[in-house]
Design a protein around this ligand. Structure first.
Ligand code: SER
Length: 325
């Protein structure tokens, strides 16, 4: 496998929770004009629009991607477009179409245009009820019970397959729940860990859709962005894994999160009204062993529950006061 330079990057799902912040970080690193942001229909923010190129595409329609790949001479793709777990359970066909057919289109174009690298996000949703739930190992049972999880397992396997068979340099991370203060997540099971901050600041109360004891692995956005950039920079000769790295930062129950928020907003109150997302949460791990990522490309998170909570409340309170939340 030869190491090709990444010059012109396409980000799909650039209007989404991770894509919106990742695009700005990539523009900072590679130059504004070298990072094309794309979305399907949601209007991009002013900062995304004003800092570099933007186009609408549909990753389930290969022609729309190919057009921008040619126009912008794309050699690297961050495929951040996806249907998340909760929406995926409501509409499994859509989830398959975007997460599997869309990914297939991305790989197809990566071969056709001899691309340098492709980033494929995976998730803790690849695990299922038969997987060990505490300190889940890198290589373990992958029998998810959601369509989202099924699509992510297929994505990991496809990524490794394309690497072996077609020499495409595919890299991917199993994201835990991602907590951020800029763009809201759309339709995942871990969304409560973001919504709770918005509601704590706006209304001093929140009704959580999973119970107080629910523990899931989580990560703060700055660590997520760092991981997503570092993995693409990693020396390929050191990588034994490619599309499926476990990465971990913190794990907490909703009760523990509430306690941490109350240190800043003492009058905050949380109630619980579990819905179908409780079953999804209960099928996922509580904590993740990421020693392979630490060994193969020096992964290390910065934020724990205390630091993340402090920063989230600072950032969101500021946005609330400015009227931009
Ligand atoms: N945050 C995602 C979800 O909840 C998991 O990858 O669907």
């Amino acid at each position: 496998m030869s190491h090709k330079n990444m010059k012109n990057i396409l980000v799909t799902g650039a209007v989404g929770q991770i894509g919106s912040e990742l695009t700005l970080a990539l523009r900072e690193k590679f130059g504004n004009d070298n990072v094309l942001a794309t979305g399907r229909k949601t209007k991009p923010s002013d900062v995304l629009l004003n800092s570099g190129p933007f186009e609408f595409i549909d990753i389930a329609n290969q022609d729309t991607i190919e057009k921008v790949v040619k126009e912008y001479d794309i050699d690297t793709i961050y495929n951040m477009a996806a249907i998340l777990s909760a929406v995926g359970e409501k509409n499994p066909q859509l989830c398959w179409n975007v997460n599997i057919n869309g990914l297939y289109n991305i790989f197809d174009l990566a071969i056709k245009y001899d691309m340098a690298r492709v980033f494929v996000p995976s998730s803790i949703a690849v695990f299922g009820p038969q997987t060990p739930r505490i300190n889940t190992p890198q290589d373990t049972i992958l029998k998810p019970t959601t369509m989202y999880g099924v699509s992510k397992v297929a994505g990991e396997l496809l990524g490794d397959y394309y690497f072996k068979k077609f020499d495409i340099d595919v890299r991917g991370l199993r994201y835990p729940g991602i907590i951020s203060s800029e763009t809201l997540p759309g339709g995942g099971t871990t969304d409560y860990a973001v919504e709770i901050f918005y509601e704590a600041i706006k209304n001093k109360r929140y009704t959580c859709f999973v119970n107080e004891k629910t523990i899931l692995p989580m990560m703060y956005m700055p660590d997520c962005i760092k991981a997503s950039i570092d993995i693409m920079d990693a020396d390929i000769t050191k990588l034994q894994h490619h599309s499926d790295f476990n990465i971990s930062a913190m794990s907490f129950s909703v009760g523990e999160l509430v306690k941490e928020i109350k240190k800043h907003i003492p009058e905050f109150e949380c109630k619980y009204k579990p819905d179908f997302r409780q079953d999804i949460a209960d099928s996922w791990p509580q904590s993740i062993d990421d020693s392979i990522a630490r060994n193969e490309w020096n992964w290390k998170p910065r934020y724990d529950l205390t630091e993340m909570t402090k920063d989230m409340i600072e950032k969101l309170s500021k946005r609330y006061d400015e009227g931009t939340m």
